[in-house]
Design a protein around this ligand. Structure first.
Ligand code: C2E
Ligand code: MG
Length: 498
């Protein structure tokens, strides 16, 4: 029997092997599901990452916005509103007992306006940025520095229980600001005045404390700027009193209440009078005789020193023109007067109308001018020098003279403050060293040196021996009005000594 045994037949009759089993289908479906899930997960992950990135960018933008709203765009310091918030936060910790005490300092830059006026706002901005940097460096990261606007700054000392430490820090800030700023290769000088209030347990609220710091700042400026003052409760009454006096002072000139005294300055060798210093007095109708230490700072802060100064110039030059022509006239000029653009004209007019030769006029100013010195002030001093007027640095050694300026000022003389004269004569080695240093510096710059406050023969001998060329003080003559009316304060001082 023939059998069909072709391979095909065999194959056809053989059981068909299962190429796609349900297992395969399941595997494929699982694989597809897995890939789908993977793609989905990736999508979700990517979307999640994108959302996260956007959220972070948004957070960052918010953070930057918040930072910008809380910080001054020029200096990067905390701005007024946020400064106040931080102050209130820290103050509430003081009130709650978790912080022993904080200090608030209000800072005003002295003579900053001059930089803006003379060198433009760009130079002013550059100085402000540098001031901010210096303040930050001095106070350190634990404390807060703010810019309250313009040239007003403030500091919160986060841990300050006593006045002394806060004042020390304030004085360091002032010293840093006094160092010259270099803008466009030019050295610019300013200063700072600081009012301080300490908030410890039982302190009043933020507004009262700020107002107290403001009073202390006012007091610092009144004391001649470049200084710091810690608030004391009695300041408020004193300031109210001063405001009354300021009102009276603005009328004093037109009511003829101002007068002049003259005090001799003698040569150290022969003790002959070479000069007389004019010293202004105010005969107040109710308070009696008032002295310049009290009212000149008021006149400066009220900007009436210009009128008073011009009157002193005219009056004293007219008087001095009648003296022996070997005797000079010395006048005190405050820094505010020197900064007045009309000052040079008032000197020229006083000399012209009185007939006093310019080389018999000496103008005394003190070291506070260094804080506001710039090209226009140098030019003014140069013009006075060319005119023949002699320039004298008063109270030398008491402030913080930048010695580099001395040479450029065309000075004729320096006067040593009586504090050093009297202490050196009494044997203080420190004061004696200061007197010696001033005398040798003056010699090298070819200046004469007047010792102020020479009250006894012993003072005179000590200052003569130290090399002073001129002497001034009660020992040689008291300030006297023309006609011989002695200065009552000197009489009181002499009575007390007897
Ligand atoms: P100053 O320029 O140092 O004037 C000398 C001051 O020392 C005067 O006080 C004088 O009376 C006092 N004095 C003089 N000899 C002695 C002494 O032997 N012992 C003591 N203890 N004191 C002595 P005064 O007149 O009260 O003047 C105080 C300051 O007021 C002056 O200091 C001067 O800086 C300023 N001043 C006076 N008159 C004027 C003025 O017309 N314009 C301006 N801007 N300031 C003036
Ligand atoms: Mg003087």
């Amino acid at each position: 029997m023939q059998t069909d045994a072709s391979p095909f037949a065999i194959a056809a009759s053989a059981p068909i092997p299962e190429l796609v089993t349900p297992g395969h289908v399941l595997t494929v479906m699982l694989a597809i599901g897995f890939v789908g899930a993977l793609v989905l997960a990736c999508g979700i992950f990517r979307a999640f990452r994108e959302v996260n990135r956007k959220r972070k960018a948004l957070d960052e933008a918010n953070r930057q916005l918040l930072h910008a709203s809380r910080h001054d765009s020029l200096t990067g310091l905390v701005e007024r509103g946020h400064f106040r918030e931080r102050f209130e936060e820290l103050l509430s910790e003081v009130h709650g007992g978790s912080r022993p005490g904080i200090a608030l300092m209000l800072i005003d830059l002295d003579f900053f306006k001059k930089i803006n006026d003379a060198h433009g706002h760009r130079a002013g901005d550059a100085v402000l940025v540098d001031v901010a940097r210096r303040f930050r460096e001095v106070v350190g990261p634990a404390n807060i520095v703010g810019r309250l606007g313009g040239d007003e700054f403030a500091v919160i000392v986060a841990d300050a229980a006593d006045d002394a430490a806060a004042k020390k820090l304030a004085d360091r800030l002032i010293a840093r600001v006094k160092m010259p700023f270099v803008v466009n290769a030019e050295e610019l000088c300013i200063g700072a005045s600081i009012g301080i209030v300490i908030a410890a347990a039982g302190a009043p609220g933020a507004s009262a404390l700020t107002s107290n710091a403001d009073l202390a700042l006012y007091e610092a400026k009144r004391r001649g700027r470049g200084t710091s003052v810690v608030y004391r409760p009695e300041m408020r009454a004193a300031i109210e009193e001063r405001e009354l006096l300021e009102g009276d002072l603005s009328l004093a000139l037109q009511h003829g209440q101002l007068g002049l005294c003259y005090q001799p300055i003698v040569g150290a060798g022969d003790e002959a009078i070479v000069c007389r210093e004019a010293l202004v007095r105010w005969h107040h109708p109710v308070r009696g005789l008032l002295y310049p230490d009290l009212f000149i700072p008021l006149a400066e802060s009220r900007q009436i020193i210009q009128q008073i100064g011009a009157w002193v110039l005219r009056e004293a030059c007219t008087e001095a023109a009648r003296w022996d022509d070997t005797i000079c006239l010395s006048l005190n000029i405050s820094t505010v007067q020197l900064l007045d653009p009309a000052f040079l004209k008032s000197v020229v007019e006083a000399l012209a109308s009185s007939g006093l030769p310019a080389d018999r006029l000496m103008l005394e100013f003190d070291e506070t001018i260094f804080a506001g010195i710039d090209d226009s002030l140098f030019a003014l001093l140069q013009s006075l020098h060319v005119l023949g007027v002699k320039l004298v640095l008063d109270h030398f050694g008491r402030g913080s003279s930048s010695l580099s300026y001395l040479e450029r000022l065309n000075l004729s003389a320096v006067k040593i403050h009586r504090e050093f004269v009297q202490a050196a004569s009494a044997g203080s080695p420190r004061s004696a060293a200061i007197v010696d240093a001033i005398v040798s510096l003056a010699r090298s710059l070819d200046l004469t040196v007047t010792a102020e406050g020479v009250e006894t023969a012993q003072h005179a001998d000590a200052m003569r021996a130290a090399g002073c060329t001129h002497l001034q003080g009660y020992h040689f003559g008291r300030p006297e009005a023309i006609g011989g009316a002695a200065d009552p304060r000197v009489q009181v001082a002499q009575r007390a000594r007897r």
